[in-house]
Write a protein of this length. Structure first.
Length: 254
């Protein structure tokens, strides 16, 4: 026990007539009893207070006889310290039990949650090859073929990421992602790639609005640069074009 309450008023009433040496002896004895959670014999009391001189030894003996009681085991005990140590251990046991119960509930809740997400509920009847497929919400994800326009690498990465994040993969989910991708003027493959790279569980057009605008700006900028380059090339060719006309041809033209 490394902490205890010390009522200054009560202490002053009981120890008002002690000398400074006796005050020091009493304080050291009290601290030692709380810290060790046991009561001392005379030899232990002298050792705990480091009493060495005759005056210090007498001070320790006076405090023991005045504020402690000698029991049959030869230890000097005090009712107040004994009561506070008992309450301390009682509260410590209660706090320990509460902590264990809280941790048990937390683990049980976590286990139930994992079973709800990952495991199908136990079936009373065995499922054979001819058994009808499960239709409840706990059925494992049905394998979906690679959507049209999506490369196998992107699709495999998407499926792996969904499994790691314990997210479902269904036709409804893919259609929802595709609708949001169309809103952002993205292809389904672009949307799936973004989901994998960012570790998202879903996809919203508004999440990539800024990125879409940057892509459009980049596209328009590139297109404009290409057109300008073509224009400059045509102008250059026009300037470099010359017409050779002989003197006879000049006369014929006249």
């Amino acid at each position: 026990m490394h902490y205890y309450k010390r009522n200054l008023g009560d202490y002053a009433k009981k120890t008002g007539r002690l000398t400074m040496l006796q005050h020091g002896s009493y304080t050291l004895l009290i601290d030692a009893c709380y810290d060790r959670e046991i009561f001392p014999t005379l030899e232990q009391a002298l050792e705990w207070t480091w009493a060495s001189t005759e005056a210090e030894v007498e001070a320790v003996k006076f405090v023991l006889n005045r504020f402690f009681k000698l029991n049959k085991d030869g230890c000097y005990v005090q009712d107040r310290i004994s009561e506070e140590l008992s309450n301390y251990h009682k509260n410590a046991d209660i706090n320990k039990r509460i902590a264990i119960e809280r941790e048990t509930k937390r683990r049980k809740k976590s286990t139930n949650r994992e079973q709800t997400l990952d495991e199908a509920p136990p079936n009373q009847e065995p499922i054979t090859k001819n058994h009808k497929p499960l239709t409840n919400n706990h059925k494992p994800n049905k394998e979906i073929q690679t959507p049209f326009g999506v490369s196998n690498d992107v699709w495999d990465s998407f499926i792996k990421q969904r499994k790691l994040s314990r997210a479902t993969v269904s036709e409804t989910v893919i259609k929802s992602i595709q609708r949001e991708a169309e809103k952002a003027d993205w292809t389904l493959e672009q949307a799936l790639t973004e989901i994998v790279s960012r570790g998202w569980r879903s996809f919203k057009a508004e999440w990539v609005k800024e990125k879409s605008n940057e892509q459009k700006k980049s596209f328009y900028q590139t297109d404009l640069e290409i057109k300008k380059a073509r224009h400059d090339e045509m102008v250059g060719k026009t300037k470099r074009t010359t017409i050779d006309i002989t003197p006879n041809e000049i006369l014929e033209l006249k």
